[in-house]
Write a protein of this length. Structure first.
Length: 236
């Protein structure tokens, strides 16, 4: 029977936050908050995820710039089923298009010293608008919403430009103005469970130097984040 081919796994998710050494550079910094909301996580047998195995389909938010992310994700995914003999090669996550970010950068192009995230920016982020904040001489930050922009230059406003290469490089798929997008990652090694397997998933995110600013006016800045570097492995 089909049920005999299922390997039921409990409490074996390991989530590791990893941040490489960050450097100090104008317009570039490491965010203190990089909060994302994921609503589904799936293992796949190919990059198109046409044959997906759901690990979880409940919504949860994680600050992947925080050392506590591991415990949070461990409570989000605590059991799943894999098919014995099936080879898994990719992982897919459904992610909310709106992030919460916090941090600051230096910016020598504006009259103040820093670009700092604000809870109420001059221009709010949207699918076709980059957020604009005032320059500041303080490094005090506030949580700020940031929205993954639409992909095409014609659809994402005057700031972002054509993002097709960025989306492809980072395995992002987003429909215009959608509240969610897909991210697909390649497992470090393909994995085929057998009856004796005790698989564990290790996921690492590196957000070092992924907060950016750019001059918008004499003393205003665009602020945004780049995608994190993600590594996923499935092993015994």
């Amino acid at each position: 029977m089909y049920l005999n081919k299922l390997l039921i796994i409990s409490n074996c998710i390991i989530f590791i936050f990893f941040s490489s050494f960050s450097f100090s550079a104008d317009d570039i910094s490491t965010p203190s908050k990089y909060q994302v909301t994921m609503s589904k996580l799936e293992l796949c047998t190919s990059s198109d995820c046409s044959d997906a195995t759901v690990l979880t389909n409940t919504s949860a938010s994680f600050n992947i710039a925080s050392a506590s992310a591991g415990a949070d994700v461990g409570s989000w995914i605590n059991s799943f089923e894999l098919e014995i003999g099936k080879t898994y090669t990719h992982i897919r996550s459904t992610i909310n298009s709106t992030f919460t970010i916090a941090g600051y950068t230096t910016n020598s192009s504006i009259s103040s010293s820093y670009c700092v995230t604000e809870s109420s920016p001059n221009t709010a982020a949207s699918h076709n608008t980059a957020p604009i904040v005032d320059g500041s001489n303080s490094t005090t930050t506030e949580d700020m919403s940031w929205v993954i922009p639409n992909e095409a230059d014609a659809d994402n406003g005057s700031f972002y430009g054509d993002l097709s290469s960025d989306f492809s490089t980072n395995s992002i798929t987003k429909t215009n103005d959608s509240s969610t997008f897909y991210w697909v990652g390649t497992l470090a090694n393909s994995y085929t469970p057998n009856i004796n397997s005790a698989p564990k998933i290790t996921i690492s995110f590196d957000v070092a130097n992924q907060l950016r600013s750019q001059q918008a006016g004499a003393d205003t800045c665009y602020m945004y984040v780049l995608p994190p570097t993600v590594s996923v492995s499935l092993t015994d």
